[in-house]
Design a protein around this ligand. Structure first.
Ligand SMILES: [Fe+2]
Length: 287
């Protein structure tokens, strides 16, 4: 079984104090041409599963100047269906090719009974689901021959069967499976409002040595709910929660995600610069 190293890999340490951006198709041409000083890039793995073609060529080119992270949205890690071995094989082939610094997936399910949905759906937080997804993370790590990070998702409902608070489920998954966590601070904030819990209590439950990456994104309010649209700037309350997360965990590779109404590259770089300033400040304090 793949187990994380006792200390983070060197490449991890280089990114530890770095804010990057999620690279989406509208900006690929500009980044390739101008090579802006972005510290690292994250892409959606499935967009590069083809056997060749321009998308993969762009990634081959960008990896010469930027550390890359592969972020999956389609593995359906928590589903009761068997793992999709074709999907896993494509991800392994891509990871072997571009040598990403991090590979991540979501703590969710996206289909069952062979039917697929275009959503990252939450799991019922039960002992049965925890045992199931722990085993699945082990299967994925073994198939890839490397560690994966697992990301907490946003949600708008809970299951009546749930017996474990989300933060304990996430922490326990990391402890049991040997994976580390991609902690999405915006998702914690969104869920704290949608489900009425204390976001700082969530942070307090997460073992800091298991946190390998942080995501930041924007939400939109809809009635009494916050919707995780990835279509707005990071909200002030989320910047504040991120600052407290970094104070607790220390600096971590941090990524700005923006997937809807994608702004200019410069706007994304400004969001990353705000994250970078918070990481730098924490770094100074830590020394
Ligand atoms: Fe995220």
């Amino acid at each position: 079984m793949v187990r994380p190293a006792d200390s983070p890999p060197a490449v991890d340490r280089a990114l530890r104090t770095a804010a990057g951006i999620g690279l989406r198709s509208p900006h690929i041409r500009k980044v390739r041409a101008e090579r802006p000083s972005i510290r690292w890039l994250e892409v959606h793995s499935e967009n590069y599963f083809a056997d060749g073609g321009p998308a993969l060529a762009a990634l081959d080119d960008l990896r010469t100047d930027y550390p890359l992270s592969l972020h999956g949205v389609g593995m359906s890690l928590g589903s009761a269906d068997p793992l999709d071995r074709t999907h896993l094989a494509k991800l392994k082939r891509l990871a072997d090719r571009v040598q990403p610094v991090l590979v991540s997936e979501h703590l969710c399910w996206s289909g069952v009974g062979g039917r697929h949905f275009n959503d990252l759906l939450p799991l019922p937080y039960t002992e049965e689901a925890l045992a199931h997804v722990t085993a699945r993370v082990g299967e994925v790590q073994d198939a890839l021959g490397r560690e994966i990070l697992v990301e907490n998702v946003s949600s708008y409902l809970g299951f009546a069967e749930a017996t474990i608070p989300e933060w304990e489920f996430v922490a326990e998954l990391a402890r049991r499976s040997g994976c580390r966590l991609l902690l999405d601070v915006n998702n914690i904030y969104v869920n704290s409002v949608n489900h009425g819990f204390d976001a700082d209590r969530y942070l307090a439950a997460i073992p800091g040595d298991r946190v390998a990456e942080i995501h930041l994104a924007g939400f939109e309010a809809s009635g009494q709910y916050l919707i995780d649209t990835h279509g707005a700037p990071v909200a002030p309350d989320v910047w504040a929660l991120f600052t407290r997360a970094i104070a607790r965990f220390g600096p971590r590779p941090t990524l700005i995600e923006w997937d809807l109404d994608i702004p200019t590259l410069e706007a994304l770089e400004r969001e990353a610069a705000t994250a970078q300033a918070i990481l730098d400040e924490s770094h100074v304090v830590a020394r």
